[in-house]
Write a protein that binds this ligand. Sequence first.
Ligand code: DC
Length: 235
Amino acid sequence: MTKNKITIAIDGYSSTGKSSFSKAIAKRLGYIYVDTGAMYRAVTLYCIDNGLIGEGGFPDTPEIIRRLSEIKISFAYNNETGKSDTMLNGVNVETDIRGIEVSQYVSSISAIPEVRGQMVELQREMGKHGGLVMDGRDIGTVVFPNADLKIFMTADPRVRAIRRFKELEAKGKNVSLKEIEKNISHRDYEDSHRTTSPLRRAEDAVVLDNSNMTLEEQLQWFDLLFSKVVGATKQ
Ligand code: DC
């Protein structure tokens, strides 16, 4: 059987360049790209805007669960940027979800099993026809355990913090490198230690450590891997 359009699952630590890499390979292949982190970020923004995160940064979990049916997340193609923007209840939140405030709370919101259940359902629906590159933390382990190709991305934490710092600086956001390093190590820990769908490498995922690789080098690496996998699925 020849399978033309496969499902590609990309997981890994925060700020390892998953979305730049995933977007680039989706473009090369003419596949759909889905940024699942953006979905959890949008839920977090909803919680912040609606006072569902209390003193000390603790989420009001029962109320969040009660309101889940009011949180509608979708993606809309932006003609100006040529990319998909994240929509929360019909409002474009693409910029708002990238700030440090959302980054601070997103790990605790995404640890709520009911939130994950709703997001995973949506993600499976988006990917049901294949031809998809999806990035996140549990794509190869939970969302699409039978994905044809799984990649697990990692990089030195200091390298990741510097990359994130430059990214935010370019967007005119005033955040210190120290604050970013703290946020990255906090998220690494929280994402890997939560009870529901913790971040871990699927046994059949190929590791990509891009600490010393440019995006172009990562794409060359991917081309080789992809041709092997597609060759194998055509057998
Ligand atoms: O990819 P990102 O850094 O934008 O993701 C933000 C947070 O969302 C991350 O700290 C953990 C959570 N997340 C998750 O739990 N599962 C996913 N599939 C994607 C993201």
